[in-house]
Design a binder for this molecule. Structure first.
Ligand code: ADP
Ligand code: MG
Length: 675
């Protein structure tokens, strides 16, 4: 037998291939059958007719009815892709990836071929791609290269109810191009029932409603407010697991750190319970989770086991996981908030709106009766929660969007057709920032620097830092820093049993109190020197995942440097030049040490502290710039570099006067408390 296998190697290959091919066909057939069970399927013909008859159509349907995965395929099957691509936007990158992956499986094609996705720093599409899922931010950027989006025959702005800033700006832009491209079909789809606002905005476009199936959902509240919602969530998960009939659990947490902590806690507590309890499969899902791991959450739960999905807001409407019978809703999410007065943006854990709470509860009743456990009181729900989430454009810094719009030639932003306009003060602040970064001139026109900055899919201060690296001849170092800053906050990790080692490893990169930016650069360069070794990451308590992401981002930034004709140059030993380039972008984020040991930030002063994770947390330099501000227990500045007040004046003379800075810098240093 062995010999014949050897001899018949080719045959066996063929046999394998055809059997694989057979199984593949079977799989696709099964998925094709599943497609027909979705609520949207009954409306396929009506839907296609409505799209045929109207240029703009608003589609409303409950989450899970099949809007995102099916409509694009229906259009493809009906021949729309003969005239151009179908683009479908998602507010979240995970959703774009996951949905594209699902649709490629349903169609039996390889992801990246006919069906692909494009998210910031990752383009998984090809010449062949006809159904393209992408983040709303990416489509916004596509306008820069193709202002009439001529390569598309259909645009579907999905998850419109999320009202992200990019989606809101897209509304204005697609509405405009639809006027002169009568061949373009526009679909605005949403999970919220209040679609009239969308219809009004799109000149009375018709609304197509897809009734979902719905089972009754029991809602439970806590009797008293919970002091610690994480703990309450863990206890509730275990209670459900031990006492309730089969059915998976979905828990809404606020972010990656919280999800990972919850995972750890759950593992500890279930370990203590031994083998007497049924298996509990823990599935985390958040924005930075790699695609391979994301797919785990969709795996059917084996008999006798129970799945618990720990998710961010992503599972509220963007992703649908079958088999969920229990939802645990602590009632919080992470939300951006912005103060135009101080120009400061922070990411805050905030109570959700009633609309969100409703969507969350709805996730439990899709395949059978469900239960939702709200970890707050009925009184809280009635009296403390807002009706709806405020659209992002009204609570965020819009300088990035303003720069993009300026690049598209939209000069009068006050006249732009916003569904809900940003506050005038926010717009003014954005223009002011872009002016001080020299992206706009004094009459608000785009400068050459501004045009170059817009090529980078980054916030204007980061883009400016990169563009400025040309002058300081350190573009190699600056793109490493920009990549590290963009790759996420989790660079180092600190296992409980090895805290001392981890801290020592981390401090290695901070030798000489170089500051966090330079430390990040050192991390990246050392990793590079060690041939991107995973072992090196383990030895230095550095997150491999973050580093790989940073490398991808850096590669792309390098490509973009070429596009804006900035040469690669290096001045590794000239730390001052590197710091000056950073300062060129971040000078508006300066902070001065006060007698109290706290800092006063910006031109509209506010008190802030150096984040404990910073290498300078106990050094307290007099004058620093910071990457971002986060509000947790206090207002913290994250990623700090010490700068000289003279640099600020040299780099941004229009912004600072030395005298003001010198007056403000503390004369006598406070005593540093070590903890
Ligand atoms: P909608 O956009 O209306 O919320 P979707 O088109 O996203 O609905 O989802 C329809 C169905 O497709 C879901 O109920 C789910 O069963 C299935 N589905 C979607 N994405 C995936 C995925 N990545 N893996 C497995 N099933 C999925
Ligand atoms: Mg959807």
């Amino acid at each position: 037998v062995k010999a014949s296998v050897m001899e018949g190697e080719n045959e066996e290959d063929m046999f394998d291939e055809s059997s694989d091919g057979f199984r593949e066909k079977e799989r696709v057939q099964k998925l094709q059958d599943e497609r027909k069970t979705l609520p949207i399927y009954r409306f396929r013909e009506d839907l296609l007719k409505a799209i045929h008859d109207h240029q703009v159509l608003i589609i409303v349907g409950e989450t899970g009815s099949g809007k995102t995965t099916q409509i694009t395929q229906y259009l493809h099957e009906a021949g729309y892709t003969k005239r151009g691509k179908i683009g479908c936007t998602q507010p979240r990158r995970v959703a774009a990836m996951s949905v594209a992956s699902r649709v490629s499986k349903e169609m039996g094609v390889k992801l990246g071929n006919e069906v692909g996705y494009s998210i910031r720093f990752e383009d998984n599409t090809s010449e062949k791609t006809v159904i393209k899922y992408m983040t709303d931010g990416m489509l916004l950027r596509e306008f820069l290269g193709e202002p009439d989006l001529a390569s598309y025959s259909v645009l579907m702005v999905d998850e419109a109810h999320e009202r992200t800033i990019s989606t809101d700006v897209l509304f204005g832009l697609v509405k405009d191009i639809a006027r002169f491209r009568s061949d373009l079909k526009l679909i605005i789809s949403s999970a919220s029932l209040d679609a009239n606002k969308f219809s009004d905005y799109f000149d009375g476009a018709p609304i197509f409603r897809i009734p979902g199936r719905r089972f009754p959902i029991e809602i439970h509240y806590t009797k008293a407010p919970e002091a610690d919602y994480m703990d309450a969530a863990i206890v509730t998960i275990l209670q459900i697991h031990l006492t309730q009939p089969p059915g998976d659990i979905l828990v809404f947490l606020t972010g990656q750190e919280e999800i990972e902590a919850a995972e750890e806690l759950l593992r500890q507590r279930t370990r203590g319970m031994g083998t007497k309890i049924a298996e509990l499969i823990i599935c985390p899902i958040f924005a930075n989770l790699p695609l391979e791991l994301q797919n785990n959450i969709f795996e059917p739960t084996p008999k006798g086991a129970r799945k618990v999905v720990l998710a961010t807001n992503i599972a509220e409407t963007s992703l649908t996981i079958d088999g969920i019978s229990y939802v645990i809703d602590p009632g919080f999410c992470k939300m951006k908030s912005y103060s135009p007065r101080t120009g400061m943006e922070s990411l805050l854990v905030t109570p959700v709106s009633k609309a969100s709470a409703l969507q969350r509860a709805g996730r439990s009743g899709r395949t059978g009766p469900g239960k939702c456990f709200r970890l707050y009181t009925a009184f809280n729900y009635q009296n403390d929660l807002e009706e709806n989430t405020v659209p992002e454009i009204q609570r965020t810094n819009i300088s990035n969007v303003v720069l993009t719009l300026k690049c598209l030639g939209i000069d009068d932003l006050m006249a732009f057709d916003f569904m809900d306009p940003p506050p005038a003060e926010t717009l003014l602040k954005a223009l002011e920032l872009l002016y001080s970064l020299n992206a706009l001139n004094s009459v608000g026109q785009l400068t050459k620097t501004g045009r170059r900055m817009a090529e980078f899919p980054l916030d204007p201060m980061l883009s400016k830092m990169i563009v400025a690296s040309e002058k300081y001849k350190c573009s190699e170092e600056i793109i490493s820093i920009a990549a590290m800053l963009s790759a996420g906050n989790l660079v180092f990790y600190r296992p409980k049993e090895k805290k001392v080692h981890a801290d020592a490893a981390k401090m290695n990169f901070h030798t000489g109190n170089v500051g966090d930016h330079i430390a990040l650069l050192k991390v990246y360069s050392s990793w590079e020197e060690h041939n991107y070794s995973t072992q090196w990451c383990f030895e230095n308590f550095v997150q491999v995942k973050t580093m790989k992401q940073a490398r991808d981002i850096r590669d792309q930034l390098k490509g973009l440097l070429e596009r804006v004709e900035i040469e690669l140059s290096s001045s590794f030993n000239d730390v001052e030049s590197i710091k000056k380039a950073i300062t060129s972008g971040f000078f508006p984020h300066f902070a001065l040490l006060q007698r109290t040991g706290a800092y006063r930030t910006g031109r509209n002063p506010q008190t802030a502290h150096i984040h404990p994770s910073s290498g300078l947390a106990y050094v307290l330099p007099k004058c620093v710039i910071y990457h971002e501000l986060v509000l947790t227990t206090k207002e913290y500045m994250r990623q700090i570099t010490e700068v000289k007040p003279e640099w600020l004046v040299e780099i941004a003379p229009h912004y600072y006067q030395l005298k003001d800075l010198q007056d403000a810098v503390v004369k006598k240093r406070p005593r540093v408390k070590h903890t």
